[in-house]
Design a protein around this ligand. Structure first.
Ligand code: ADE
Length: 422
């Protein structure tokens, strides 16, 4: 931004801060770095247009830089109105030459307009986190569908949406479910969501977790991570789960397992991780304890019934950065973090680069796989090829200084034999 011919120093600082953040994250993304090195020589994406709709963070910046190293033309918009890091967006635009359309706190209309702007590049490949880009392409820009080779999807919620589209025969090109790779969900969803959710809660509230009654709703990979890390900090964790096997797992992992009604009434903190709607609903809100902190770590802001909360309240104000206070008609006060949007990205910086290294290496190699085109993919949702998943695990282990043991030929023979018994 220019004023009277001078660049405002705050703008320079924003750009510099973004650049530093991107470089800092890069230090912990060795697998992506090795892909960048290979791609800088081979240019497997030369001439390929990649449109991406992702959380605009320092880690995402490194994915986009890698795609450019591979020869791609890229365009990026945000995948959530509250997850964009404005300094990173500015550095991407002005330092790294990545056209980036995202601003923290934008309204719904502007958010969807930026998705349309990315689609204006007529992408050959789409990269999504939550399936908003694919969805908009299939509903508002159908004339572009014939050009698209394929897409990738980052998150559980996006994969669920895409599988529903494929089931209804409404998906017009193949999509790789990056979330389903082992080197994605076992690490990003569990350790990434675990740490970044706690980080977001601590930054937003500065409250003590030790001894707090902490309720985790959902015991999928994200819920497992949040529960483990809250327990690690001394919280008294209760898990709410609808699946009997997962509920049993939570119990044997050492957590109390209770119904939502019972858990909600006692909670100091509630974190939702289900990907489902209104898991904290009106009747739970009616029982909630004075001072309870409500937060969501699922992709969309649908898990806490905010509409009911508004109806039950006679006042609302922002009392700290990213913390909204609701004054309930029953005299109690409850708090939401980041309007019930992803707590780890609205109040924190998202997952650590160390895990996004694996997630985004899966993204990068899946984009290369689609671009190569030597596959027989139909208009359906596919897993990341196993050889890609395993290669990422090996590279990550190596970068961490860990060693993999090898089977001897005698052991291979033993495992393949059905004749050898006692
Ligand atoms: N940073 C970039 N993308 C992210 C994601 N999907 N989850 C958490 N942090 C991120």
């Amino acid at each position: 931004m220019f004023e009277g011919g001078f660049i405002l120093s705050s703008e320079v600082n924003l750009k510099e801060a973004g650049k530093q953040k991107i470089e800092w994250a890069r230090n912990r993304m060795p697998v992506l770095e090795s892909i960048s090195k290979r791609w800088s020589q081979e240019k497997p994406l030369a001439g390929v247009k990649v449109g991406a709709c992702l959380h605009v963070t320092s880690k995402t910046a490194n994915l986009l830089i890698t795609l450019i190293d591979g020869g791609a033309d890229v365009s990026l918009c945000g995948s959530n109105p509250l997850s964009t890091q404005d300094d990173v967006a500015k550095a991407l635009n002005e330092v790294y030459g990545v056209p980036t359309y995202a601003k923290r706190g934008e309204d719904k209309e502007s958010f969807y307009n930026r998705i349309l702007t990315v689609l204006d590049m007529k992408p050959d490949i789409t990269v999504d986190d939550g399936a908003d880009l694919i969805n908009t392409l299939h509903s508002e820009r159908t004339e572009l569908l014939k050009n698209v080779l394929g897409g990738t999807e980052e998150t559980t919620t996006g994969v669920t949406r895409l599988k529903a589209m494929a089931k209804d025969n409404r998906l017009n090109y193949p999509v790789i479910a990056v979330n389903d790779a082992m080197t994605k969900h076992m690490f990003d969803n569990r350790y990434g969501t675990g740490q970044s959710t706690i980080d977001g809660l601590m930054r937003a509230t500065n409250y003590l977790l030790a001894g707090a009654k902490f309720v985790v709703v959902g015991y999928g990979w994200c819920g497992r991570g949040v529960a483990k890390d809250a327990k690690g900090l001394g919280a008294r964790v209760t898990v709410v789960e609808v699946d009997p096997v997962r509920a049993l797992e939570a119990s044997l992992d050492g957590f109390d397992v209770k119904s939502m009604d019972r858990a909600a009434a006692k909670a100091d903190f509630i974190v939702t991780t289900t990907g489902n709607k209104n898991v904290v609903d009106k009747h739970h809100l009616e029982q909630i304890k004075d001072g309870c902190i409500l937060s969501n770590a699922g992709h969309f802001n649908v898990e806490i019934n905010i509409e009911a909360l508004e109806e039950m309240s006679n006042g609302k104000q922002t009392v700290r950065k990213d913390v909204e206070e609701y004054q309930l008609n029953n005299g109690k006060k409850v708090y939401t973090i980041g309007e019930g949007r992803l707590v780890n990205l609205s109040a924190g910086e998202g997952h650590p680069a160390d895990v996004m290294d694996m997630s985004f290496s899966n993204q990068a190699l899946s984009v290369e796989y689609i671009a190569k085109g030597d596959h027989n993919l139909k208009n359906d949702v596919y897993s990341v090829p196993k050889h890609i998943d395993e290669s990422i695990a090996k590279l990550k282990l190596e970068a961490m200084g860990m060693e993999l043991e090898r089977l001897t030929s005698e052991q291979v023979e033993y495992l393949n034999s059905w004749k050898i018994g006692t």
